[in-house]
Design a protein around this ligand. Sequence first.
Ligand code: G4P
Length: 283
Amino acid sequence: MHFQWYPGHMTKAKRMMQENIKLIDLVIELVDARIPMSSRNPDIDELGKNKARLILLNKSDLAEDKWNDAWAEYFKEKGFSVMKVNSKKGGGVKSIQGVILEACKEKIERDRKRGILNRPIRAMVVGIPNVGKSTFINALAGKACAKTGNKPGVTKGKQWIRLNKNVELLDTPGILWPKFEDQTVGLRLAFIGSIKDEVLQTEELSLEVIKFLLANQPGLLAKHYAMEEDQDTVVCLQRIAESRHCLVRGSELDLEKAAKILVDDFRNGRLGKITLEFPQDYN
Ligand code: G4P
């Protein structure tokens, strides 16, 4: 019942994308490098069929380098162009022009054979909420880029950002909602903060984070919170509360506060670079 908003938003966003996709040569799909599969929406493959495709592993600064590389290989093998980026700091964004042209080289060649020269590549950025679409567009386009204004056939109000003479970008990203049916997917989206915290108990979520870290990053909690790890997740949370002096009425442990600290540290990379899913589980 929490997700009642989901179908309405999804239909509208999908319609917007269907309207615009016919104007597009290249779909630039942002995924979260920490969960490259769970942060994808499968509808994009249907919407973007027959288009050149570029996957950006965004927030690569928050994921482990070796897994970023492994995921890049994984998607390349599936026929996508791939790039690791950090939109927040601008990492990788500069070299994207070359990657865009490379991703579209078949189309450019087709155009050339038909005598069409210098027609800019048109791209649309898509992705689930919070994956970094706006940050990426801003990093790529900067303030200096003038909008090219409406063009015939473009959905009313849509603007194109001219990046240079070769590439134009639709200024409104396509928002796709993640698929929630799978509990594991939902949980991973919650880990990275893509499902609003109101629908999930922070404490419950923090216990899942602890469970993941105990299994995949043993010793990390101990080191970061100067505490002894325990296989019982509640005990771990209590120890985090003790270590961070999260108290109510001066003496009782405030587990809710400790949970917030942990989830926040995790999401913001203060626990280090952590990848939550791995390519070998998706073959
Ligand atoms: P959206 O349009 O896809 O919904 O996402 P948006 O650009 O609003 O980005 C969502 C959050 O992710 C923002 O943080 C943004 O700064 C952050 N972000 C985007 N790209 C990257 C990246 O490559 N690395 C890291 N570490 N963070 C990234 P916020 O907390 O909402 O805002 P702020 O605190 O950064 O201002």
